[in-house]
Design a protein around this ligand. Structure first.
Ligand code: ZN
Length: 437
């Protein structure tokens, strides 16, 4: 008998790879934070002696969600300016609040709250884009998450940096500091085509090449962004990114709501990824991303929640369900965005976009044990005829009972003392920031 740290035995396992597979009565053996075996539960009991055995007779176990686009600290401005027009929302509510509150503490504590919310909903990796990246990483890590964090570059002064040069220097220093970090993967984060100059965008491309890091960027979010790009640069945002050296396999084009056929073809040819954030696009009335067209073209698709101010939930399962529903309606095709494509987008798709799919995004031997369990025994899910389809369409984030990152339990439904003390801390933080705006 080989000794392992943990044996997770479950009624169903959705490994994501091989695609479309649902394993019945299987187990996952975990040692030193990694998955070492996936096998029938009966064989696992004969082969492995586990320090801890977790039996889940009514659950589906899957890789944790990869939230491909977040502004975690914005949990502290959740609820501001609901229903305002986009520019009023930004200029009257969000930017003034951020201007007043922005600090390392704001980012660390907000990111910690967001991390707790994400862990409770089965998110194990968050790709963040905000100011004070070191503090964002620290808050997310404190909540137990793995994270990709952007060194932001934006053409406006903030409490984090005053000039393009300072943003670029600080981004580079952050990337350098986390080059070989198993928990924090750095990215370069030019904010959006309309907020970053050609010169800075070229520098971002150069940093991405030199450090081999993904480019995390809002692209084609609104119709105005596209029309202003045509007016100011004589070309669409994707054409401009191509000219400046950013359209390649490292690009994660967040939103891509207004991508047209030629944008999608260019992204497919370049091997770029798109990150779909349907709740944010709906709440800010940005439009409907043509997801079925992206899938058809072979573009890698991931899912993101965006920040809590424009969603207002960091709920990847809910986001993915909505994405699937919308895709069908937008394409007038019920076969668009099928279950296994969408569950793959929410996990491995995000990992691929971050070039992290060798370590996370599926349940395979050798990968980190970033794993979640959802209880399907509730009346809202019964009877279970098709566990994968019901996971997507019938379950919700309250069905998540366990979230592990690298084999360590960071969330469990119920009342473990560790979780309770986190809640107390979260309440204190929330009280501290409430009404400061
Ligand atoms: Zn965003």
């Amino acid at each position: 008998m080989r000794k392992v740290d943990t044996l997770i035995e479950s009624r169903w396992i959705l490994p994501i790879v091989p695609k479309g597979t649902v394993l019945h009565h299987h187990a996952i053996a975990v040692e030193n934070g990694r998955i070492i075996d996936v096998l029938p539960a009966a064989e696992a009991q004969a082969r492995y002696e586990a320090i801890e055995r977790v039996e889940l007779p009514n659950s589906i176990v899957m890789p944790g969600f990869v939230n491909l686009h977040a502004h975690a600290a914005m949990n502290l401005v959740r609820g501001l300016g609901a229903d305002l027009p986009l520019m009023d929302w930004l200029t009257q509510k969000i930017w003034p609040a951020e201007g007043k509150l922005m600090s390392p503490d704001f980012v660390r504590e907000g990111s910690y709250l967001a991390g707790l919310e994400m862990a409770a909903g089965g998110i194990t990796t968050a790709s963040d884009h905000y100011f004070f990246p070191e503090d964002a990483a620290s808050g997310l890590r404190e909540a137990g998450l793995r994270c990709a964090v952007a060194g932001i570059v934006i053409g406006f002064p903030s409490a984090w940096a005053k000039s393009d040069e300072e943003y670029l220097e600080k981004a580079e220093a952050f990337i350098e500091a986390h080059r070989n970090d198993a928990w924090v993967r750095p990215t370069i984060g030019p904010h959006a085509p309309y907020t970053v100059s050609d010169h800075s965008l070229e520098k971002c491309a150069e940093i991405s090449d030199r450090f081999d890091v993904p480019i995390h960027m809002h692209v084609n979010e609104t119709a105005v962004e596209v029309s202003e790009s045509l007016r100011d640069h004589g070309m669409r945002p994707i054409e401009r990114l191509k000219r400046l050296g950013l359209l390649n396999s490292k690009l994660v084009a967040v939103h891509s709501v207004h991508a047209n056929a030629s944008d999608i073809a260019a992204m497919a040819e370049a091997g770029a990824s798109m990150c779909h954030c349907p709740c944010s696009n709906l709440k800010l009335a940005s439009g409907f991303a043509p997801i079925a067209e992206f899938f058809k073209a072979g573009v890698n698709v991931g899912i993101g929640t965006d920040g809590a101010a424009s969603n207002d939930k960091l709920d990847m399962l809910g986001e993915t369900r909505l994405a699937a529903m919308l895709a069908k309606a937008v394409a007038s095709d019920t076969t668009a965005a099928p279950v296994h494509d969408m569950l793959e987008a929410a996990t491995l798709g995000g990992a691929r976009a971050l070039h992290w799919d060798d370590e996370i995004g599926s349940i395979e031997a050798g990968k980190f044990a970033d794993v979640i369990a959802l209880d399907l025994s509730g009346v809202e899910c019964l009877p279970v005829q098709d566990p994968a389809a019901q996971l997507l369409y019938a379950a919700d984030r309250t069905c998540v009972t366990h979230t592990w990152t690298a084999g360590r339990l960071i969330y469990s439904r119920g009342d473990s003392p560790a979780i309770a003390s986190q809640c107390e801390k979260a309440l204190k933080i929330a009280r501290k920031w409430q009404n400061r705006i």
